[in-house]
Design a protein around this ligand. Structure first.
Ligand code: FAD
Length: 392
């Protein structure tokens, strides 16, 4: 057991850190301005420019398998990357951000959808949630009915990240009602790749954060048979499997953001003088700083363990749920304390703390709410699927 990064991991961490500090952080004021004016965070031209710089630095497609031209850095390395890139709220990923279930596609689908998504030429989104089915995904109502060599999709999806910008959606629909009922929603559902020009409509949903998901409407949308992703009637597991293994990413991202926020609080506490002394000399402030630091380290190790466990080829879903639950809540606690340390300034739009305060609230909801993670963790323990202290 060795609890320090390898030289290679440190090199990746430093390189990403430099990129974030040099290329992304200087754009923060522009992003804040754009978002407050209701414009996209960054204009497309600017994003393309950043992508090019990342490509030149050899950091493109870092999570993409080598056979698709990526670096396939593995989950542990990705955890390090997520922690670094989340120190800024400037939206950027180092490419290859294809939704993982696209890798289950056949050769033609990979050619048509996966490769362009990896290259940043096409945008995808994943649609499970419906107005009447959130945590209880088994309860979806959207249907697909066979008509010749096509399927006809009808229904609504909601809260779909990237749904207003996507060129295609991977949408879950019921293809066999009887099987769906008999299997309590686990079978009889199929995943369809649906191009926007096949006819689905999207509408932006305004939220308390800057993340605008979309509602999607499918009204007799005809989808060719060859656009079924994976097996007919087996889409539910396809969607859930990917989500369950990757949940720790929310925790890793929260760690990066909390690191940046805590540093801001420390710097501010040393500068801000009240009653003749910097507030950093007051125990009330010191304790908040200490509590944030402990909380953040605990979340870091949970996220790293979940990522490392997956790299070993082991089932990491229990750890991924713990990392997601703890990390998301840690992020909320830290941003709240950091705002408190900044006093009135923390509440203003002069600083990005209020933006993170709003965004952090989402971490406890998407990718499975706090309550759903607790259900998973306790069920694993009560049923004996996982033993206490197993992952060491
Ligand atoms: C910004 C944003 C982006 C999203 N992106 C996507 C996306 O890209 N694709 C997608 O498919 N979905 C997406 N979602 C949907 C998200 O996954 C759901 O919002 C989430 O799963 C919760 O579902 P719900 O909102 O319907 O809440 P509900 O399921 O209605 O839950 C309401 C409350 O009840 C609790 N609850 C529910 N069931 C139980 C239970 N059995 N026991 C105890 N408590 C329970 C919940 O924890 C919650 O507190 C996104 C959501 C948001 C807000």
């Amino acid at each position: 057991m060795h609890l320090r990064l390898t030289d290679e991991q440190k090199m990746v961490q430093q390189t990403i850190r430099r990129f974030v500090e040099k290329e992304l952080m200087p754009l923060e004021n522009e992003v804040l301005r754009n978002e407050r004016e209701g414009k996209p965070s960054l204009p497309t031209g600017k994003l393309k420019e950043l992508q090019l710089k990342a490509k030149e630095a050899g950091f493109w497609g870092i999570n993409t398998p080598e056979e698709y031209g990526g670096a396939n850095l593995g989950q542990m390395m990705m955890a390090i990357v997520y922690m670094e890139v989340s120190k800024t709220f400037v939206p950027f990923s180092f490419g290859g951000s294809a939704d993982n279930i696209l890798y289950y596609g056949n050769e033609e689908q990979k050619e048509k959808y996966l490769i362009p998504t990896i290259n940043g030429e096409k945008k995808s989104c994943f649609a499970m949630t419906e107005p009447g089915a959130g945590s209880d995904t088994q309860n979806i109502k959207m249907t697909a009915v066979k008509d010749g060599d096509h399927w006809v999709l009808n229904g609504e999806k909601t809260f779909i990240t990237g749904g207003n910008e996507a060129d295609f959606v991977m949408a879950m629909a019921i293809t066999d009602k009887e099987l769906h009922q008999k299997s309590k929603g686990r079978e009889g559902v199929t995943c369809f790749i649906v191009d926007r020009d096949m006819g689905w409509k999207s509408e932006y949903i305004h939220t308390m954060g800057e993340w605008g998901p979309a509602g999607l409407v499918f009204d007799n949308v005809r989808v060719p048979e060859e656009n079924i992703l994976g097996e007919l009637h087996k889409g539910y597991n396809l969607g859930l499997e990917w989500i369950g293994f990757a949940r720790w990413v929310v925790g890793a991202r929260a760690v990066g953001t909390a690191e940046r926020l805590l540093q801001m609080a420390i710097d501010y506490a040393k500068e801000r003088v009240t009653f003749g002394k910097p507030i950093a000399e007051r125990q009330a402030i010191q304790w908040m700083i200490a509590d944030c630091a402990v909380d953040l380290e605990a979340a870091r190790w949970l996220a790293l363990n979940a990522a490392w466990t997956l790299d070993q080829g082991e089932d990491n879903r229990h750890l991924a749920s713990m990392a997601k639950l703890y990390g998301a809540n840690m992020g909320n606690r830290v941003v709240d304390k950091v705002l408190q340390i900044h006093g009135g300034m923390g509440y203003t739009r002069e600083l990005p703390i209020e933006r993170w305060y709003r965004e952090a609230r989402l971490w406890r909801i998407y990718d499975g709410t706090d309550e759903i993670q607790r259900m998973i963790i306790s069920r694993n323990l009560i049923k004996g699927h996982v033993k206490i202290g197993q992952y060491i």
